[in-house]
Each structure stands twice: as C-alpha cells, then as structure tokens.
Design a protein around this ligand. Structure first.
Ligand SMILES: *[C@@H]1O[C@H](CO)[C@@H](O)[C@H](O)[C@H]1NC(C)=O
Ligand SMILES: *[C@@H]1O[C@H](CO)[C@@H](O)[C@H](O)[C@H]1NC(C)=O
Ligand SMILES: *[C@@H]1O[C@H](CO)[C@@H](O)[C@H](O)[C@H]1NC(C)=O
Length: 290
C-alpha cells in the first residue's frame, strides 16, 4: 500500500497514543532560514516569519516526495502591512527543470487585499498563472488550501471551493511522472509582489509572520530514492475515486462564481501574451462548462 497520510496527522496520532512524536523537523528539511521557523508539535502549528532586514525568511521541503494525491494545509496569512512579502504552499520536484504546482499569497499594504497567485509547471515551463482575491480576510482565521492532483486533473481549492482546474489533456503540460515535495516558504519579494513591485517591504513593520496547521497529505509516496513507479501503477488511491475525477455540478457552479467575482487574471484570457490560447485552455474551460 503506497498511500500515506501526512506528517502532522501521524505525529498527532502518536501523541494521543502516548508515544514519542515524530515531529515536524523529522519530516521536513529546512532549505534556508532555520531561525525563522517555529514548529509546535503539541498544537500542530508552524510559524514562519521574517523578523530582521538581514534575513530572508524561510523555506522548507518535505523529505518524502509524492506522485498524485490530495494535499491540504490551513493557514493564517501575515496580518496588517504584508506588502512585499510572499507566503507560499507548493509542490516542487526539487530538480532544475521542475514540475511544480503553486499556491502563492502576495502581500499588500494594510487594508488592501492579499492576492492569491496559482501556477503550474512541467519540465521547467510555467507561464500558466491565474490570480484571485479571496472572499474573506485570510489573515484573521485559518483557511484550508488544497491541491488535488490525480491522473485526470489538478484542482486548486479554498475551503473546499474549487477555484481553478487544470486538465490532463496533454502529458507534456501535465505533471504526471515526477514525484513532488511539499514546500512552504515566506520571503522578501519586494521587487515584484505588491502592485508589480511599487510597494516594497517596510521593515519598520516587522516581524511578518504567517501560521500553518493541519498539513494533511493523502498521497502516494515515492520510494526514498525518488522511484515513483509504484505510484504510476497505483490507481486505487482515494484521490483517484470517481468523485475526484470530474467536477460535480455544484463544484462547477462554485468555480464559475469564483471566476466571475474574484479572479483578477487568467493566462488563458491574456490575448496579448498568448494570441492563441495554449491548447489546454479548451479542456480546462470544458471542465467547468455547465
Ligand atoms: C537594515 O537595518 C539596519 C539597522 O538595523 C539599517 O542600518 C539598514 O539601513 C537596514 N537596511 C534596509 C535595507 O532597510
Ligand atoms: C481541507 O479541504 C480538503 C478538500 O475539501 C479536505 O479533504 C480536508 O479534509 C480539509 N482539511 C481540513 C483540516 O479541514
Ligand atoms: C494590492 O491592492 C491593490 C489596490 O487594492 C490591488 O490593485 C492589488 O492587486 C493588490 N495586490 C497586490 C499583490 O498588489
């Protein structure tokens, strides 16, 4: 059985059983900025921050990699003045020409809305951005961000509301054979994040801190050497069940509502950049057509 339930679920279960907890740092490598992350295995909360102008935030990556699954995390984003910051939850192959699936949150000045940026890469090629405002303030409560990734599509969800779908219409533009690591980060993106870089980070408002909890991966784990061939054969995972292969009528309605009310950018609609929309755009639009 190649299915695996996420690190913190496992560690919390161990705590309840009275055994020694595996803990966050057993499951993740800190890529940079170990001084800027605090994991509390008792509460399951992980705080990531930028505190000083001489540090660059933090980046962490799951030791294990996965091919297909459902990946969720709840987080409370940087409150107040978050301009110039980017907080992100994403899947990445950790290889030079990467496969990657992203949720990124671009900070803003106090009182201005944080922008949710999504993208997907295969073989190092991205350029498939969609951006959204949220229908709530993401800094006051925990909200649940999910990447459902199976053989048929990738669905980005916010509190279980699908906001974007990318269909496997062509394997060259769909991550399908390289296992991905789960990542989290916060970093200084003053040069581009907020109003195209017009509003850089204001260090007098530091620290900038976001909090994560409930990392849950229900996903097919690759072998420690990265061999994911068992996952390419494993069609029995919960994320491959029929109800996860297409959007339901209700999910289509929700997704269409989000697109019409909250979407600020979709590469499929950017005629200047792509005079002919990329081929997958037709399949993606069909996936939420009523
Ligand atoms: C960083 O902080 C130091 C003092 O703590 C200050 O001298 C320096 O100008 C700051 N740099 C930036 C880019 O804000
Ligand atoms: C987050 O949403 C996903 C997708 O609906 C769901 O499977 C998961 O249980 C949710 N996580 C939490 C902690 O509520
Ligand atoms: C920040 O707020 C401005 C004004 O409301 C908005 O135009 C912009 O899209 C927001 N987000 C970013 C990341 O610039």
């Amino acid at each position: 059985m190649a299915s695996f339930r996420g690190a913190l679920v496992v560690s919390i279960a161990l705590v309840l059983l009275g055994s020694v907890s595996a803990g966050f740092f057993d499951d993740y490598n800190i890529v940079w900025g170990p001084q800027n992350i605090r994991a509390n295995d008792a509460t399951g909360e992980v705080v990531i921050q930028m505190a000083n102008n001489d540090s660059s935030g933090v980046s962490f990556s799951s030791k294990a990699s996965y091919l297909f699954g459902s990946f969720s995390v709840k987080y409370k984003l940087v409150p107040g003045d978050s301009a110039g910051t980017v907080t992100a939850f994403f899947l990445h192959s950790d290889t030079p020409k990467q496969d990657e699936i992203d949720f990124e949150f671009l900070g803003n000045s106090s009182g201005e809305p944080i922008l949710m940026h999504t993208n997907i890469f295969t073989g190092g090629v991205g350029g498939r951005e969609s951006q959204f405002f949220l229908w709530f303030d993401p800094t006051t409560e925990f909200h649940n961000y999910t990447i459902l990734w199976n053989r048929n599509h990738v669905v980005w969800m916010v509190d279980s509301v699908p906001v974007r779908v990318h269909v496997n219409s062509n394997p060259t533009v769909f991550p399908h054979n390289v296992p991905l690591h789960a990542h989290g980060t916060i970093y200084d993106a003053s040069t581009w994040a907020t109003r195209g870089g017009a509003v850089p980070l204001d260090w007098s408002h530091a620290p900038f801190a976001a909090t994560y909890r409930d990392f849950t991966y229900d996903a097919c784990k690759a072998a420690p050497n990265g061999d994911a061939s068992a996952c390419t054969r494993n069609v029995g995972g919960p994320w491959e069940q029929p109800q996860f292969q297409t959007l339901s009528t209700m999910q289509k309605m929700l997704l269409r509502g989000v697109r019409s009310r909250y979407m600020t950018y979709d590469y499929c609609l950017d005629k200047e950049r792509y005079p002919t929309p990329p081929a997958e755009c037709v399949a993606n639009a069909q996936a939420y057509a009523m």
